[in-house]
Design a protein around this ligand. Sequence first.
Ligand code: NAD
Length: 503
Amino acid sequence: MSILDKDPASAPEKERAAAVLARTPTGLLINGQWQKSSDGSTFKVENPATGEILTTVASATAADASAAMDAAAHAQESWARTPTRVRAEILRRAFDLVHERSEDLALLMTLEMGKPLAQAHGEVVYGGEFLRWFSEEAVRDYGRYAPVPEGNLRMVVTHKPVGPCLLITPWNFPLAMATRKVAPAIAAGCTMILKPAALTPLTANYFAQIMIDAGLPAGVLNVIPTDSAATVSEPIMSDPRLRKISFTGSTAVGKHLMKVAAENVLRTSMELGGNGPLLVFEDADLDKAVAGAMAAKMRNMGEACTAANRLLVHESIAEEFVARLAQQMSALTLGSGTDDRVDVGPLIDAKARDSVEQLVSDAVARGAEVVVGGRRGDGPGYFYEPTLLRNVPAEARVIGEEIFGPVAPVLTFSDEDEAVALANSTEYGLASYVFTEDFSRGLRIGDRIEFGLVGVNVGVISNAAAPFGGVKQSGLGREGGAEGIAEYTTTQYLGIEDPWRAA
Ligand code: NAD
């Protein structure tokens, strides 16, 4: 496996990176103004491919969090009254601007998060689609009017914006995780405070400037990067004017925030961790299955909540499947995502790289065999080789825990019941994948598997038009689709004296 020079950027590429960073706001966005933090504090943003500091960003304090809450609360009433067509057109202009500025957005994501540029461009397309989809959904949120069965009342049922929201996003998809929350909140008429991950605040800030340029009024979207998440989330979540929290991140932090949210009975949407199975049956088309496994495992260096964590393969085809997957995994090139020859970038930080290394060591100590990879990169940057493991015992940590790295453990099964039992033997329930040429079996697995998302003969299924979300400890609620806007509305029933009674 080749590991390219960690910093192969040519002088013009370095200049381009410097120019994008110079165009990216590094402050807090509160009430339409970019500003410093109240105590002047900042934190550093690092390039995980090189360990270099890209820039510093203002670090919001509790006072800044309260100011953002004031701005969101103040803007709420007029924003809720703003016609849906106006809200829709702002989203549509933002969609166009995301595409006009796609080179900047993609490069920023590669610089601060590490994903290869081609995948960063893919995220611009995916993330942008939430702006277009919810611009279309904004004007289609219907209510109903009907007589009650007793005939004494008419009911008018309407959907109202839930109110000011706190949106907390992770670092692994810095644009899409923000647009997937911001776009439906705008469409529904909510104001919001976005707290991006400290590892990747630049993409969120750049996107917020796009929203301003698209015409979003001051106070509707406030952005408060910080390196001390609880310092800002606590005052906001205890403020009685907040109505909802939408969180994407780890299950541990999600559980904590659910407890805090209970105090004020906040609406919650939780997009949490995953431990996705990828099932390959004996009747599968192996070309499709290997391509699907590569996409579901290796995209984003495996740092995806939808990643295939466990490859479950029928024992009769396991040898051939492993041989073909090994051949494709060893052909991958590891290096800085700014180099267009690179397929696999660095992991987000040293902690993430060390955690992947420990999972592999644990599996090997328990008897797993390393077919491909199995080593960290040397030198600067947080690289770990694409790694294929077989003969992995079910009790290995790599089977039970979310890997969040380019490591693919293979287990075998002998029949459908065993495959389903293995797939469901996790507290998570986000993404799953099944490969079979038997259509009935594909549908049957859909019935039997406890996951919110099921890919049949495909390794990537996320789409702005489809409801995304998990069951069990992978979360509550759905993002995208028609369901996505409902997370940001509340239902009101007006009971009106029946007009025939009044006559
Ligand atoms: P994380 O839980 O550490 O952090 C997520 C966000 O929460 C960050 O913005 C962080 O600053 C913030 N945060 C952390 N502690 C907090 C606190 N006490 N109060 C308020 N905010 C706090 O997760 P991560 O490492 O950034 O992301 C990786 C995790 O996200 C993985 O588990 C992955 O599966 C999950 N994820 C889920 C989805 C999904 O849609 N289900 C999508 C992407 C990532």
